[in-house]
Design a protein around this ligand. Structure first.
Ligand SMILES: C[S@@+](CC[C@H](N)C(=O)[O-])C[C@H]1O[C@@H](n2cnc3c(N)ncnc32)[C@H](O)[C@@H]1O
Length: 292
């Protein structure tokens, strides 16, 4: 069944009213998004800030009459001119798989490849990881994951123990194991991430070296390497836990930071780690520390 999608651009004070209106007109979902490239970073828990220019998108059953919809909206808002309104028909697709159309094998460092399930690059040499992130974060396309993968690819990992805190798809845990780590503990608070991590480890033949746990059950053992790609605020909160899971002389890798956040996160982690200069990709940075 095709769908009818409607977009309205408005200011942030009118967006909640439009959301309600679309719901009352039978929208199956309403999505609020950024209409003017305005970053809203790390809202506090429970806070739902809106953009100055907000794009309100309603998804309707394909049988909905577009003229009726347009008329109802104009009537409810007492206007037919001020609205930036667009209507489009959407064909039925398997939406959660659509992004895979653009997911090609990607190389990190000399020889580490992340491949969408079953695909291979032309290169015949290398370490190939088959990955399906499912509904979890971590395909390698985001700079924060890419920074971590490059770091893993250029350091000797043979025989080490590691913890991947906030494992998402398990991409970093699986990469560490394929690069020679002896054991990796992967933790996350999202059950879908734990499921994806197990599945990806299984299809890459490294399930035996992996422990996948909910973050409330993070084991107390100390690791040679702790890697965490999470947002800056969470990394700051997690410092005591992550420091306590890193052995003296072991390393911590923190990613998910925007450049202006490096100083603040480094300051907190300096209480237990010697921090190296950041590695940068675009607006994002990775920092590495050695535990004292
Ligand atoms: C940016 S993703 C990183 C995924 C993957 N490690 C990568 O590098 O692509 C962050 C992950 O951390 C998890 N996460 C965020 N806050 C967390 C917390 N306080 N405790 C445990 N996991 C958390 C999220 O569920 C998500 O899977």
């Amino acid at each position: 069944m095709p769908w009818l999608q409607l977009h309205l651009t408005t200011d942030k004070t009118r967006a909640p009213l439009l959301e309600l209106l679309l719901e009352n007109l039978g929208a199956l979902s309403v999505t609020l998004g950024d209409a003017a490239d305005e970053a809203l970073l790390e809202p506090a828990p429970g806070e739902l800030p809106l953009w100055q220019r907000t794009r309100v998108t309603g998804l309707f059953d394909g049988a909905t009459d577009p003229d009726w919809l347009r008329g109802e909206i104009s009537r409810a808002l007492h206007t037919d001119s001020a609205l930036e309104l667009q209507l489009e028909e959407l064909p039925e697709r398997q939406w959660e798989r659509t992004w895979l159309d653009d997911f090609q094998p990607m190389r990190f460092g000399e020889s580490l490849w992340i491949c969408p399930d079953g695909q291979r690059p032309e290169a015949s040499e290398g370490i190939f990881i088959d990955l399906d992130p499912g509904l979890a974060f971590g395909s390698g396309t985001h700079p924060t994951t890419a920074l971590c993968l490059r770091w893993l690819a250029r350091h000797p990992l043979a025989g080490i123990t590691a913890m991947d805190f906030g494992c998402g798809s398990g991409i970093l845990a699986v990469a560490a194991l394929r690069l020679g780590a002896a054991r990796v503990v992967a933790v996350d608070h999202d059950p879908q991430a734990l499921e994806a991590t197990r599945a990806n480890a299984n299809k890459n033949g490294v399930l035996g070296g992996l422990q996948v746990l909910h973050s409330t059950a993070t084991p107390e053992s100390k690791q040679d390497l702790v890697i965490a790609n999470i947002l800056a605020g969470t990394l700051i909160e997690l410092e005591p836990l992550l420091a306590s899971r890193t052995r003296n002389g072991g390393r911590i890798i923190l990613s998910g930071l925007l450049l202006p956040q490096v100083a603040e996160v480094s300051k907190v982690y300096k209480s237990h780690f010697d921090i190296r200069p950041p590695e940068v990709e675009g607006d994002w940075a990775l920092i590495e520390g050695v535990k004292r």
